[in-house]
Ligand binder design. Structure first.
Ligand code: SRM
Ligand code: SF4
Length: 575
């Protein structure tokens, strides 16, 4: 990845590539000599008080509002000390009548994976899970479907860009019962929002892919078990300065997006032993987007979790907690320099050492990224997986129940989720394939989606998300339908729609990305619009795209996109 970064830096800027500022920032991180850091900068800023990690008094000046909320009351108490059960019995309006109550509803409950949708669905919660490696099953799917059925038109589910489930419509009084049910089916929603580690991402084809380098499932599972202490909650890492993402790479396709995770494990052999090289600091935010950089470290399989712990504890102890736009881990790496950051990680490893990285990782740089859709043979003879397209990742309860039935009837009950918000049904014996292909659900979740629909990703947008500037899911589906009717292109195009600059739908990795913004129509009236990104690449030559056109009114998108497709991707209008 560093080679790519350097290659990228030495290239002249293509017309739609990175801005010079971004190149300079990336360069500063990747190749700057480490600046000496004063010793007192390396003093941990948090301490353990009765099992909860608290910001020390001397580091509280200038902290951001989220830090104050954590200081007033540790959000994990709702789970660890079962306070959620008491809260769920109090009338919602009563909780919402005080500042503390509002902070509980809108902020602290996110530590339990509960996101109050104040703006667009007042009194209702979205619940997000930990689903290591995106592996779920029919029992879990049925349980989640049954949870939302109760909420009628207020309930639905989404597949997320971190290969995860989210469900919607929950009311607070039902939460304790839902928690009990989650435990029964082996799910947890813990630590999935705010300053916590998100779902560990792995290869969606892990263990079934004839071409995989390593099965990522055990690593993602071990990471998740550590992160949430197997469902009990791990309070040693629930007071991070900011959110934090991790992935384990198992395929040449880089389906896991290592360049945009705070920590990425790249398979690499050192002295004949299998393990992982390490990338750190990849992230997106409204203020800055950065590709991960190489940390000079290699870990064997048994040190995957200890390394994650050491990196997290470095971030927890030393990360800045002021301006929230400057608190992701890459800002700390910038400040310390990658060498000093590495040495802080090393201090926190068992044995106080990390080996230097293996010369090169096992990723084939010339690999052509594969598609999941349709039928593919597994590495296990006689078994197949089938990739299904879920339009913009949105599901309703009846479809989820059907999905669970199909997974049981034709496979072994397992279901996989991809970061493109789609599904994979594994372990289908060859003799059952033709019957499966006749299932009515495959009309809705197609194994063979139309060309522009196939690679569409859309975040939640203004239907439910309070941060959204624009509606995404319905609008992108309509646009793509019109593109499929009017355009053709000899290569697949990845189109990503995100409702605001938080870029949850990762517009910077799309061929064409659409980021919600306010625009002006022909009469100068403010309307919903999009900044258009171009040139994002995933895979071995990953590279972040940048804006090519800003403030395009949503109603004008079709002709603008058609022209961009013709000019930059060789698309043609259909006769
Ligand atoms: Fe995100 C906040 C949805 C992946 C960057 N994200 C939010 C919130 C929680 C805001 C809120 O409270 O309403 C959104 C919830 C909306 C809802 O009702 O669903 C939200 N993010 C999502 C999901 C569901 C988008 C999707 O449709 O798939 C994804 C859930 C993943 C998961 O299972 O955990 C999702 N968010 C991402 C990603 C992509 C990724 O991880 O690869 C990013 C960019 C990558 C990154 O973080 O480095 C992302 N979300 C953000 C940010 C900006 C972070 C920053 O450093 O500034 C926010 C806002 C924040 O944290 O302050 C945010
Ligand atoms: Fe919400 Fe913005 Fe994320 Fe979309 S990108 S889910 S609108 S925070």
């Amino acid at each position: 990845m560093a080679t790519n970064l350097l290659k990228m830096l030495s290239l002249s800027l293509p017309k739609y590539s990175l801005t010079r500022e971004k190149v300079a920032a990336a360069q500063a991180v990747a190749i700057a000599p480490s600046v000496p850091v004063e010793e007192n900068r390396l003093v941990p800023r948090v301490e353990n008080r009765d099992g909860y990690w608290v910001l020390r008094e001397e580091f509280r000046a200038g902290i951001n509002p989220a830090e104050k909320i954590k200081l007033e009351k540790d959000p994990m108490k709702f789970f660890v000390e079962k306070e959620i059960e008491k809260l769920a019995k109090i009338p919602f309006a009563e909780i919402d009548s005080s500042k503390t109550g509002k902070d509980d509803l809108d902020t602290r409950l996110k530590w339990l994976g509960l996101f109050h949708r104040r703006k667009h669905q007042y009194g209702r919660f979205m619940m997000r899970f930990k689903l290591p490696n995106g592996v779920t099953n029919s029992e879990q799917t049925r349980f989640l479907a049954n949870c939302i059925t109760k909420y009628g038109k207020d309930g639905c589910a989404d597949l997320t860009t971190r290969q995860n489930w989210q469900i919607r419509g929950l009311v607070l009084e039902d939460v304790p019962a839902v928690f009990e049910g989650l435990e029964r089916v082996g799910l947890s929603s813990l630590q999935s929002g705010m300053d916590n580690v998100r779902n560990p991402v792995g290869n969606p084809l892990a263990g079934i892919d004839p071409d995989e380098i390593v099965d990522t499932r055990p690593f993602c599972k071990a990471l998740s078990d550590y992160i949430i202490s197997s469902g009990k909650g791990n309070t040693s890492i629930t007071n991070l300065p900011r959110k934090w993402n991790v992935c384990v790479v198992g395929t040449h396709d880089l389906f896991e997006h290592p360049h945009i995770n705070d920590l990425a494990y790249m398979p690499a052999t050192k002295d004949g032993v299998f393990g992982f090289n390490v990338l750190v600091g990849g992230f997106f935010s409204p203020k800055r987007c950065a590709e991960a950089v190489v940390m000079d470290a290699w870990v064997s399989e048994k040190d995957v979790v200890p390394l994650c712990k050491a990196v997290l504890e470095t971030f927890r102890d030393l990360g800045a907690r002021g301006n929230r736009q400057k608190t992701r881990m890459m800002w700390l790496i910038d400040e310390l320099g990658i060498e000093e950051f590495r040495s802080e990680v090393e201090k926190r490893m068992p044995g106080g050492a990390v080996l230097q990285r293996a010369g090169k990782d096992l990723i084939d740089p010339n690999w052509k990224r594969r598609t999941f859709y349709g039928l593919h043979p597994q590495k296990q003879p006689g078994l197949n997986y089938i990739g299904l397209h879920v339009p913009v990742g949105r599901l309703q309860a009846p479809e989820m129940l059907e999905l669970a039935r199909i997974a049981d009837e034709y496979g072994n009950g397992e279901i996989r989720i991809t970061v493109e918000q789609n599904l994979i049904l594994p372990n289908v014996p060859t003799e059952k394939v033709s019957e499966l292909m006749k299932e009515p659900l495959l009309q809705t979740y197609s194994p063979n989606p139309t060309p522009f629909l196939a690679n569409l990703v859309a975040c939640t947008g203004s239907q439910f998300c309070g941060m959204a500037i624009a509606e995404t899911k319905a609008r992108s589906l309509q646009l793509v339908k019109e593109l499929d009717e009017t355009m053709e292109c000899s290569r697949p195009l990845r189109l990503h729609f995100t409702g605001c600059p938080n870029t949850c739908a990762q517009v910077q990795v799309a061929d064409l990305g659409f980021m919600g913004t306010m625009a002006r129509d022909a009469n100068k009236k403010p309307v919903e619009g999009f900044d258009i990104y171009i040139g994002g690449r995933i895979g071995a030559d990953s590279h972040l795209g940048d804006i090519i056109q800003s403030g395009v009114p949503a109603t004008d998108l079709l002709p603008v996109v058609q022209n961009l497709m013709i000019e930059h991707f060789g698309a043609k209008r259909k006769a």
